[in-house]
Design a protein around this ligand. Structure first.
Ligand SMILES: CC(C)(COP(=O)(O)OP(=O)(O)OC[C@H]1O[C@@H](n2cnc3c(N)ncnc32)[C@H](O)[C@@H]1OP(=O)(O)O)[C@@H](O)C(=O)NCCC(=O)NCCS
Length: 239
């Protein structure tokens, strides 16, 4: 897993992360001193809602996106960009902008195998606190606040206005939807999702593949592959 400062795409303007700031300085110095800078194409995989929101984050960070990658819409133009098939690209950087963790897993594997490199995209209006690390492929959206000493795994998504408390761990492909509040010392296991406006209380574990419904208040650990709703959150019954 790569650390925050090792990631090739990090917008710098408003983040409070001191390591990110120092990378911005070194990038500017490199740019000033280098005669030739070869920029890799940047692809967003998925031309649906999350993909287009990822494009917004890239534009806010003054990054050029080359194309969307999306089998279902190949040949179209979306937001003025061409849509290519993932199998048609062979070099460059990518971010998977798709909500479903299973699709994120499948497509990141395909693109890694093709030799592309996953990058981290942080909206300039997100806050990333000190000692927090962001793995490759993560998307941190506008007005998200990721607090101190948080570990963000690969291909994680933290959406608009969500907050992640100190010392929390987000494993691979976790999704935190808009306006959710994850408290401190929480562990969100791989492929877990926290729905819009939900709250996860401090110190709890949300198991692999679990889904916290919109607006739920999680007061106990959530078992793997379980959907919980309500306040206090309870497993969704499907009678
Ligand atoms: C929890 C969730 C995954 C369940 O989805 P589902 O399996 O399709 O469930 P259904 O819509 O069939 O609803 C089943 C029952 O659960 C209830 N329910 C669904 N979501 C609920 C929620 N978040 N809180 C409370 N009850 C909920 C429904 O009212 C329904 O109850 P009923 O059987 O008495 O009518 C989904 O409703 C949810 O909350 N998704 C998160 C949405 C979100 O945050 N989107 C953000 C996108 S940016």
């Amino acid at each position: 897993m790569s650390r925050g400062t090792a990631n090739p795409v990090l917008p710098f303007s408003v983040t409070t992360h001191p390591k990110i700031r120092s990378r911005a300085v070194s990038s500017a110095a490199e740019a000033a001193g280098a005669a030739k800078i070869v920029r890799m194409p940047l692809y967003i995989c998925g031309a649906g809602g999350v993909g287009r929101e990822a494009l917004d984050a890239a534009l806010a960070a003054a990054l050029d996106v080359t194309a969307f990658l999306d089998d279902a819409r190949a040949g179209e133009k979306v937001r003025g960009l061409p849509v290519l098939r993932p199998a048609d690209v062979h070099a460059g950087d990518y971010l998977v902008g798709i909500a479903a963790p299973t699709a994120r897993a499948r497509l990141s594997r395909i693109l890694d195998d093709l030799g592309l490199r996953a990058v981290t995209l942080v909206h300039p209006r997100a806050v990333i606190s000190p000692e927090t690390t962001l793995a490759e492929g993560s998307l941190i959206q506008a007005n998200a606040h990721v607090s101190s000493s948080v570990t963000v795994g690969p291909h994680v998504q933290v959406h608009y206005n969500a907050t992640i408390g100190h010392d929390t761990r987000l494993d691979a492909r976790v999704s935190v939807y808009p306006g959710a509040n994850v408290s401190g010392n929480v562990h969100l296991c791989a492929d877990a999702t926290v729905g819009s406006g939900a709250i996860v209380l401090q110190g709890l574990t949300v198991g692999p593949g679990a889904f916290v419904g919109a607006g739920a208040v999680v007061t106990r650990d959530v078992p793997a592959d379980t959907t919980v709703v309500g306040s206090p959150a309870r497993p969704l019954r499907r009678d």
